[in-house]
Write a protein that binds this ligand. Structure first.
Ligand code: BTN
Length: 245
């Protein structure tokens, strides 16, 4: 049900473009913005996102009418997007290899294959931009050692090239169907998340502003908050950065 598809050879950031152009897109939503490469790709927090040629890089800009979830619960979309991408990659790689890392990174063979940046804007009405970068054909086998330790591309496990529009469509289909399934409850995404959670059972350190929480991860709760069993009891953390696991 996309109303706009804009494809760029090179752009600063698909999220920046989408959010700066809300007025332009507002009557043509949902809008998909795809770029072959980004010069200023952004990650969560203050991180940047860099990917060589062959990665899949896009943003999905949506308004209230496009998301069957009340704006107050849009934070769920971030979890749903991670699950939808995890299920997408499972089509190509062995299911046991694909995991989600809270809030919505996707890991393949223990390394990051996909990052997701979800941003909400109020501009008269609420808008949501789901920005996704996936390492698909941009092999990281020749990358510096420290990068190789942390990141991987789909092709590094499948050993063949993938058709990016196919991967993209597979994701869009799943994201849309999971969103509508979860209009009433978040329930159907949770079992999948729990069975694919990279952090469950691990000692996790989470930074939330000035505060640090350390504890064993027990997955996520019904709203998508990360559950940590800390020395002072169980905590459900809705936001924060995982600094160690
Ligand atoms: C992260 O891992 O911290 C999130 C990375 C998100 C990267 C994607 S690529 C498409 C979209 N445009 C951006 O500038 N960032 C997101």
């Amino acid at each position: 049900n996309l109303k706009t598809v804009d494809v760029f050879d090179e752009i600063t950031s698909t999220n920046d473009h989408a959010l700066a152009s809300i007025e332009h897109y507002t009557d043509h939503l949902p809008a998909l913005i795809v770029a072959r490469s980004q010069t200023k790709g952004r990650g969560r927090g203050t991180r940047s996102w860099f990917a060589a040629d062959g990665a899949l890089t896009f943003s999905l800009l949506m308004g209230e009418a496009d998301i069957p979830i009340a704006p107050l619960a849009w934070h769920r979309c971030s979890i749903v997007a991670g699950v939808a991408m995890c299920q997408t990659l499972e089509q190509y790689a062995d299911g046991d290899m694909v995991q989600v890392k809270w809030p919505n990174d996707v890991y393949l063979a223990g390394r990051k294959v996909c990052g997701i940046l979800v941003e909400k804007r109020e501009q008269g009405r609420p808008y949501l931009c789901v920005g996704i970068g996936v390492n698909v054909n941009n092999s990281l086998e020749q990358a510096p050692f420290d990068v190789q330790q942390r990141a991987i591309a789909l092709t590094d496990v499948t050993h063949h090239q993938h058709f990016l529009p196919e991967v993209l469509l597979e994701f869009l289909k799943r994201f849309r169907s999971l969103c509508s399934e979860n209009a009433e409850s978040f329930a159907s995404v949770l079992p999948y998340w729990r069975s694919h959670c990279l952090l469950t059972g691990r000692q996790v350190e989470m930074q939330q502003g000035e505060r640090t929480f350390v504890g064993e991860c027990h997955g996520i709760d019904a709203e998508g908050a990360l559950l940590l069993e800390t020395s002072s009891g169980r905590r459900a953390l809705v936001s924060g950065e995982i600094v160690r696991w």
